[in-house]
Design a protein around this ligand. Structure first.
Ligand SMILES: Cc1ncc(COP(=O)(O)O)c(C=O)c1O
Length: 368
């Protein structure tokens, strides 16, 4: 199967990775960036000098699995380290794919989900999230989409691109109901634990849940390319570790070591993210009020992104191009199959820069 062009990454490649990069990046979905120097300056150092540059174990080094287990409140033995949540998702698909089977995925959703399921020969059954009810993910809708050939159902909370969350009781109810159907629930929680209301625990400790997470989003360390699966079932875990051996053998021990150090200092990383995202969200809410004659949105309950749309239904790409020409980058909704929307990230830029970007956004919106 041919993979379709990854429109979101093309857009980011053209603008964020340009020389010089775009002045105001509101298209990316991570928090404020960290340099290696800033990370190493936290805590008591990493002992990086003694790192042996060999392979790491395929399931991940013990120290990293313990650090992830502590972060999520689960047995470290359940953790399988991966190259980002991207590899974690491929491992799930590879392990589940059989002729005639399908997976249940949210729509809209992270753009890699559908094409990657297709590449592994899996059918896709969508749970359509409606903006009319704030893109909420309901257990009943997921259950409706499951049939006798479903190998897993996935919810993404906090959600990319909508920023909605599925509350804990909804996840528990769904995991239990799916268990009765013999279908595991995959919870993609890469934006955990960034919530703007009541804090939520990780879903990793729930039975019948396979949790997927990473260092890219809440820790804002996408360059470590470290992710994980949390799977309590030893047989299924063994298959995942085998898949990893085939796919990439292991992560880099150097990056694993940095990830252990980052997790040991996660309070600093998360506090900075929460402060930037929280302050920017206040400015963004004011902005959305001011432009509510043109744009509508569902206020995010967690994560780093939201998914506003043009009330008149116009395609957002020409506007996004005009905005980019003025130094502000948001991602066109067609990257997510919904052209009248745009994805706006509010956690990367410091509040002062973020407010400047919103000022330019408003000017271009009014001029157009
Ligand atoms: C919901 C979701 N899942 C998975 C990923 C993959 O991220 P990574 O491979 O950096 O862990 C992303 C990246 O944007 C995402 O938004």
């Amino acid at each position: 199967m041919d993979l379709p062009p990854f429109l979101l990454d093309h857009w980011l490649a053209k603008h964020s990775f340009a020389t010089p990069p775009i002045a105001y990046d509101l298209a990316s979905s991570t928090g404020p960036k960290w340099t290696v120097g800033e990370l190493l300056a936290l805590g008591d150092g990493t002992g990086l000098d003694d790192t042996v540059l060999s392979y790491a174990p395929s399931e991940g080094g013990r120290a990293l699995r313990e650090a992830i287990g502590t972060f999520l409140g689960v047995d470290p033995d359940w953790v399988v380290v991966t190259l980002g949540a991207s590899e974690a998702f491929s491992i799930l698909l590879c392990a589940a794919a059989r002729p005639g089977t399908n997976v249940v995925l949210p729509s809209p959703g992270y753009p890699a989900f559908d094409p990657m399921a297709g590449v592994w020969g899996l059918g896709v059954r969508h749970v359509r999230l409606s903006r009319d009810n704030g893109f909420r993910q309901h257990a009943a809708d997921v259950l409706d989409a499951v049939d006798e050939s479903t190998v897993f159902a996935l919810v993404n909370t906090p959600h990319n691109p909508a920023g909605t969350i599925m509350p804990r009781d909804g996840i528990e109810e769904l995991a239990a109901a799916l268990h009765r159907k013999g279908v595991p629930l995959v919870v993609d929680e890469v934006y955990h634990p960034l919530y703007f209301g009541k804090p939520q625990p990780s879903a990793a400790s729930l039975s019948n849940v396979i949790a997927m997470g990473d260092m890219s989003k809440a820790m804002s360390l996408a360059g470590l390319r470290i992710g994980w699966l949390v799977e309590r079932d030893p047989q299924r875990r063994e298959k995942m570790i085998d898949a990893r051996s085939y796919f990439t053998i292991s992560s880099s021990p150097l990056l694993e070591r940095l990830a252990v150090h980052a997790l040991a200092n996660r309070d600093v990383l998360l506090t900075r993210l929460q402060a930037v995202a929280g302050e920017n969200l206040v400015a963004l809410s004011d902005f959305m009020d001011r432009v509510s004659d043109v744009l509508a949105w569902a206020r995010p309950a967690g994560g780093t992104v939201c998914f506003p749309w043009f009330r008149d239904g116009r395609d957002s790409r020409p506007f996004c191009e005009a905005l980019a020409a003025n130094g502000v980058l948001v991602a066109p909704g067609d990257c997510f199959g919904m052209p009248e929307h745009m994805r706006l990230g509010f956690a990367l830029l410091r509040p002062e820069k973020f407010s400047q970007a919103l000022g330019i956004f408003e000017r271009i919106l009014r001029e157009g």
